[in-house]
Design a protein around this ligand. Structure first.
Ligand code: KIV
Length: 279
């Protein structure tokens, strides 16, 4: 049985830190799940790391449903949360409910959407129909990026007050958790201590209730952007490129495939074949 939303909420009460990792495809998500990660997040960062877009703006519902289906086939243990992409929930509450439902039908247990107080009514409506919601405040790639670029949030008293207010309103609206992106660590700590739902930090310091990373950043597979907050646990892209160069050399020198990689005919059958074709 995989983890439930309530299990994740309880982890904060039990003072257990929550590990979250993004997942978009079957193979990597299976490994993340096997490692015991608590939450798999099908983030719209898929647009950048899987599809090569400059940002998350072009990501569609169809793409998010496809990634969610793949990850849902991979997970056995983790809770599965999927992102609503840009413009799938902002225009109307009806859009938000319909598209949340699509992600749930694709295999998600809960959805995540970006926005503070302004999204409270939408979140309440989704929660009211029974779909758990993770909020996302601080740097909001779908919109903050359009106006400000990558900028640490909550460095002044006023912006900190706004973030604390946003977190409280999301909690009141019924979120089970909040992702907090690139917020000064002092404000992240205050928010984590202020609201009862788990705060999942990314670039927001160690005092959040849990952490989330993009799996390609953690494995060293995506070089286009290297955020200061993303710890690289390995340099997989170097190993992958080396392996592919070795493969190319092996093909060119006929070292691959070798006998253990091919299949043979029955010798008697081969003899008969040669006789028949006269070779
Ligand atoms: O899309 C994503 O990967 C995210 C995380 C960075 C929180 O929203």
């Amino acid at each position: 049985m995989h983890k439930s939303v309530q299990d994740i909420v309880n982890m904060k009460k039990e003072k257990k830190k929550i590990s979250v990792i993004t997942g978009y495809d079957y193979t990597l998500a299976s490994l993340c799940d096997k490692a015991g990660i608590d939450v798999l997040l099908v983030g719209d960062s898929a647009g950048m790391v899987m599809l090569g877009y400059e940002n998350t703006i072009p990501v569609t519902m169809e793409q998010m449903c496809m990634f969610t289906e793949a990850v849902s086939r991979a997970r056995n243990n983790a809770l599965l949360v999927a992102d609503l992409p840009f413009m799938s929930y902002q225009a109307s509450i009806e859009d938000a409910i319909n598209n949340s439902g699509r992600l749930i039908k694709a295999g998600a247990d809960a959805i995540k959407l970006e926005g503070g107080s302004i999204m409270a009514e939408t979140i309440s409506a989704i929660v009211d129909i029974g779909i758990p919601v993770m909020g996302h405040i601080g740097l909001q790639p779908q919109t903050t990026m359009l106006s400000q670029g990558y900028k640490v949030q909550g460095r002044t008293k006023d912006s900190a007050m706004q973030l604390i207010q946003d977190a409280k309103e999301l909690e009141e609206a019924g979120v089970f958790s909040i992702a907090l992106e690139m917020v000064s660590h002092e404000v992240a700590q205050i928010i984590s201590e202020t609201v009862s739902v788990p705060i999942i930090g990314i670039g927001s310091g160690v005092n959040c209730d849990g952490q989330v990373l993009v799996v390609q950043d953690l494995l060293g597979m995506y070089d286009k952007i290297k955020p200061k907050f993303a710890k690289r646990y390995m340099n997989l892209s170097e190993d992958i490129v080396k392996s592919l160069e070795n493969y190319k050399n092996d093909v060119e020198s006929s070292t691959f495939p070798a006998e253990e990689n091919w299949f043979s005919m029955d010798p008697e059958e081969l003899k008969k074949l040669r006789e028949q074709i006269g070779s």
